[in-house]
Ligand binder design. Structure first.
Ligand code: AKB
Length: 316
């Protein structure tokens, strides 16, 4: 059985991916890593946990050695809005952290999954049906680190044969752990506030279209890509994947089907609006469909039903 390490395991994706990987590969075969001293009880009680800061290569190597890790899901990262506020931190975590992971993977022969993002595109990228291979000149620190990360992963595959794979994730919507400091976070907050207060003040303008995906599809995409036949992978490290292209009004309208009194107001955050305006409206994910069979299960309607049901119980 594969031995797996997850960095950033207490984060929005990590907290759920770790539990899925433990279900699939066995609890003791998946070591959760994070900088947080207090991960969730569920995570802590279901398998091994190690405190690891990915900017410290020696600690990463020690954990890989201790657990004889074969696959690293490297999720520790700084998201777009925080990266704009703290560019040096974003560079250190997103670039130096990834470099350390790749170096350890090279030394110990591990495969590596790294998420890229819609943030790897910029204002000169075609915004509609954004092709798999296109212009990538992002104007945010987050985007700079994501493009550099894609290239670094390609380099480690070509130069050293490290089995690197990755996805350009859209905004991920989930109900377990809140995202921290992203531009697409409104699409998570809106559901929490709909349940709590039946109203939401959105920091992005109506008409701001962005790709989104529900967490179960995001997790499935990561696992399916890592299990895919490598001989079919042309675009190893940066597959466009998406489930829906939506603006705030579309999500609000979908919520109103369940909570008719739901009200939406706007108070635009210029920093996050500028980031969102530089990202695609909708990506073409045909390469992922062709090369490893990507298909989503949750559209806006199905996701909204599930989000409101789960959060309705959780926030009671
Ligand atoms: C963010 O908004 O920063 C992330 C992303 C789309 O990469 N959710």
């Amino acid at each position: 059985m594969k031995k797996i390490m997850v960095t950033g395991s207490a984060g929005q994706i990590g907290s759920e991916l770790t539990m899925l990987l433990r279900e699939l590969y066995g609890n003791t075969n998946v070591v959760a890593c994070g900088r947080k001293t207090k991960p969730s009880e569920k995570l802590l009680n279901s398998g091994p946990f190690e405190i690891v800061d990915c900017t410290e290569g020696g600690k990463l190597a020690a954990v890989v050695k201790k657990y004889r890790v074969d696959v690293i899901y490297h999720l520790a990262a700084i998201l777009s809005a925080v990266a704009e506020a703290k560019p040096a931190l974003a560079w250190n975590v997103n670039i130096n952290g990834l470099y350390n992971v790749l170096e350890v993977a090279r030394e110990y022969n591990c495969a590596v999954f790294t998420p890229s993002s819609i943030g790897a595109f910029g204002p000169s990228t075609p915004a509609d049906h954004t092709p798999q291979d296109t212009i990538q000149r992002p104007n945010t620190m987050y985007g700079v680190t994501k493009v550099a990360g894609e290239l670094l992963c390609d380099y480690y595959f070509k130069r050293f044969g490290v089995d690197t794979r990755g996805l350009r994730y859209p905004g991920i919507i989930s109900n377990e752990t809140l995202p921290g400091g992203g531009t697409t976070d409104y699409a998570v907050d809106i559901y929490y506030e709909a349940i709590r207060n039946k109203k939401y003040t959105c920091f992005l303008k109506a008409g701001t279209f962005l790709d989104m995906m529900y967490m179960p599809d995001a997790l499935k995409a990561a696992v399916d890509l890592m299990e895919a036949d490598p001989s079919r992978l042309v675009h190893r490290n940066a597959f466009n994947v998406t489930s829906m292209s939506v603006d705030p009004e579309m999500i609000a309208a979908e919520i109103r089907k369940h909570i008719p009194e739901f009200k939406m107001e706007y108070d635009i955050d210029p920093v996050r609006q500028a980031i969102a305006d530089s990202w695609p409206n909708n990506m073409d994910d045909s390469a992922a469909r062709k090369e490893w069979g990507w298909a989503f299960e949750y559209d806006l309607t199905r996701m909204t039903e599930d989000m409101l049901q789960v959060l309705g119980k959780k926030l009671k």
